[in-house]
Design a protein around this ligand. Structure first.
Ligand code: FPP
Length: 239
């Protein structure tokens, strides 16, 4: 079965899931965290080489402080809990986004986990933390300007490959498949540059209800897609 080399997931709907059950939004995040663990283990078992989870966006900072603080402590606890499994399953952990905006205690765990798993050769697991696609593109533009100012780059050298290579997430291949839960059909400032040819599966269920069989169904749908990248089916056969 043809699998995505890079699977990216927008884990949406924790808050609504909890509210519809008369629980606090925070409870939804706790249940969502359990699903995170299962999905990481399954993707690694399936041999997916890159998994990226949108855990916290640049816009999520505008949520009530109680929720932001809870998400930060949940993130810290999740990483501490996940570490042994990352080592057992040979998973390399990475983070993209404004990691320096996270509370010190979270930054510390994030950096320690990156270091601890640096030599692992299996799946690359990336958490997008305080991440925004526009923010990433802005950062890349600043880097282009810096290199031009220093005389390391001239205008004519700026092409798509150079831009892709200067993105902070350049170590990742473009996502082949993006899954978004909770029925919302938008990208919400995730991987804006990288999703140019990404297949997107919108899942009606909220993230806490997302199961491994939902994951398998999305992967199965993906395996049947013909990816033409702007060409015709006939051209794909010839290639
Ligand atoms: C979206 O639900 C989810 C988030 C903003 C955070 C993602 C966090 C988790 C899945 C739990 C913990 C994960 C880690 C990696 C520790 P929402 O709150 O936007 O839901 P809503 O759209 O119903 O309000």
């Amino acid at each position: 079965m043809k699998r995505p080399r890079h699977l990216a997931i927008i884990m949406d709907g924790n808050g609504r899931w909890a509210k519809s059950r008369r629980h606090s939004r925070i409870f939804g995040h706790v249940r969502g965290a359990r699903v995170v663990t299962d999905v990481i283990t399954e993707c690694s078992k399936l041999g997916i080489s890159h998994l990226t989870l949108f855990a916290f966006s640049t816009e999520n900072w505008f949520r009530p402080a109680v929720e932001v603080n809870f998400l930060m402590s949940l993130l810290r606890r999740q990483l501490l809990r996940e570490r042994a499994k990352l080592m057992r399953d040979n998973i390399r952990f990475q983070a993209i986004g404004q990691v320096d905006r996270l509370p010190d205690a979270v930054q510390e765990i994030v950096n320690e986990t990156i270091e601890m798993t640096a030599d692992n050769t299996g799946m690359v697991l990336t958490f997008a933390l305080s991440y925004g696609g526009r923010q990433e593109i802005t950062q890349m533009a600043q880097e282009v300007a810096r290199q031009v100012r220093l005389g390391e780059l001239v205008e004519e050298e700026i092409d798509e490959a150079l831009i892709a290579g200067l993105m902070p997430s350049a170590y990742l291949p473009d996502p082949d498949l993006l899954i978004r839960t909770s029925g919302e059909r938008r990208i919400s400032n995730f991987f804006l540059w990288q999703c140019a040819y990404t297949e997107i599966e919108f899942e009606e269920k909220s993230w806490p209800d997302f199961t491994l069989s939902d994951l398998h169904r999305a992967l199965n749908q993906f395996s049947q897609k013909e990816r033409r990248y702007g060409r015709t089916s006939e051209q794909l056969v010839i290639r």
